[in-house]
Design a protein around this ligand. Structure first.
Ligand code: FES
Length: 114
């Protein structure tokens, strides 16, 4: 997958095996930057999407569908809600010179979950 395949200022969902576990990963692209976060809320461990790949947004922030915590998508910090000050778990991502995405330390390219 390449950065150019990701919609700008939006969240794309991919599946990946991280440390031997199947994980749901959110990819947030903002211009040339791509941030990868586990799709797990630090409040109660629930998924952040309300349906697979569908996320609530409010003034650019990501809002957890379970209890409403809101997160800055570039820093991953919870700015309001029940886990204020906590952070989303970052997933190390490499963006190559041609915009190709790869997990740091993993041999496989990032592939879409569909
Ligand atoms: S699980 Fe996300 S706010 Fe509670």
């Amino acid at each position: 997958m390449r950065r150019s395949e990701l919609p700008n200022d939006d969240i794309s969902l991919v599946d990946a095996v991280i440390d031997g576990e199947n994980e749901s990963i959110m990819l947030y692209r903002k211009d040339d930057a791509v941030h990868a976060w586990l799709n797990v809320c630090p409040h109660a461990g629930r998924r952040l999407d309300y349906a697979p790949g569908r996320f609530l947004r409010d003034e650019g922030r990501l809002v957890c569908a379970a209890h409403g915590a809101s997160f800055d998508l570039e820093s991953g910090e919870c700015l309001a809600g029940p886990c204020r000050g906590a952070h989303l778990r970052a997933v190390p991502l490499i963006v190559g010179d041609a915009g190709e995405l790869a997990w740091a330390g993993e041999p496989d390219d990032v592939t879409s979950s569909g």
